[in-house]
Design a protein around this ligand. Structure first.
Ligand code: GLU
Length: 268
């Protein structure tokens, strides 16, 4: 028997919803409705220093103004540290996660020494310095041990995708040096805990998917089906984002905002 459809919208409360994030919200809501499924909202406030107080409630208000009402009470990641720690402990117990003593500078220096200065977006490919132990240095972060090889996966809109996570990302962070859990771990633990069967989210997150698939396998969790929605570009051709100052959705004109989001999705 197939599991009943459960989808979600998982905004980070770093800024209010804008025309771009509404596309992902509307797409995930519509997909849930079309499948006769449930639609949840999860506030992804795991990266606490980047969160703006009050924006979580603002986002919930914006969604409600657009008629996008979750079928269950929203969940906040900031209340879920115990579950993330449990998942990390499980990975450590299976030898799949290890402590890392490297600062960003250490990683840059190690890559330079290897002749591999290749920043990927702003991230650095971790060269595996602490895989073999800390050699007396204090642990700062925890990383997943990534096996070599290309990981193929299928996106409902983008089709066949592939990523060599070891080569393109490296052993990635699960718990950061500041003690906060990384998005990759939190999202995987929560999607499983909430029984999410279908993830519908913006295309800018597509290249995180292979890391999440690896984590799901490592933790023995079910794998949702993924669909990444088109991004909304601003007048300058760049993707609309909170970082580049996309204006917040107007709560007094939800119909117009929804119509614009539907147009991006190619809906009449
Ligand atoms: N919290 C992430 C964001 O707002 C989305 C995570 C997800 O949908 O998997 O960019």
């Amino acid at each position: 028997m197939t599991q009943p459809y459960r989808g979600r919208f998982a905004p980070s409360p770093t800024g209010p919803l804008h025309a771009g994030s509404l596309v992902a919200a509307l797409a995930s809501w519509l997909d849930a409705r079309v499948h006769g499924g449930q639609w949840l909202v999860r506030i992804e406030d795991v990266d606490r220093p980047r969160c703006v107080p009050g924006v979580d409630e603002q986002i919930l208000g914006q969604l409600a103004a657009c008629g996008l009402l979750p079928d269950e009470p929203p969940q906040w990641q900031s209340q879920r540290d115990a579950s993330y720690q449990q998942a990390l402990d499980q990975l450590v117990a299976h030898g799949l996660a290890y402590p890392c003593a490297c600062s960003r500078k250490d990683i840059e220096m190690a890559l330079r020494a290897l002749g591999r200065e290749r920043p990927r977006h702003s991230e650095l490919v971790y060269p595996g310095t602490c895989r073999g132990g800390l050699h007396g240095k204090p642990a700062r972060a925890w990383r997943l041990r990534v096996a070599p090889g290309v990981l193929p996966w299928t996106d409902r809109r983008l089709g066949e995708q592939r990523q060599d996570v070891e080569q393109e990302v490296g052993d990635f962070v699960l718990k950061r040096a500041d003690g906060l859990f990384a998005y990759q771990l939190a999202v995987v633990v929560d999607d499983a805990a909430q029984g999410i069967t279908h993830v519908v989210r913006g295309e800018d997150l597509a290249d995180n998917t292979p890391r999440q698939l690896l984590l799901q396998r490592a933790l023995g969790l079910p794998q949702p089906i993924y669909l990444h929605t088109p991004l909304v570009l601003g007048a300058n051709g760049e993707k609309l984002s909170k970082q580049n100052g996309a204006p917040a959705l107007e709560l007094n004109a939800p119909q117009a905002a929804l119509a614009a989001a539907a147009a991006v999705l190619g809906l009449p």
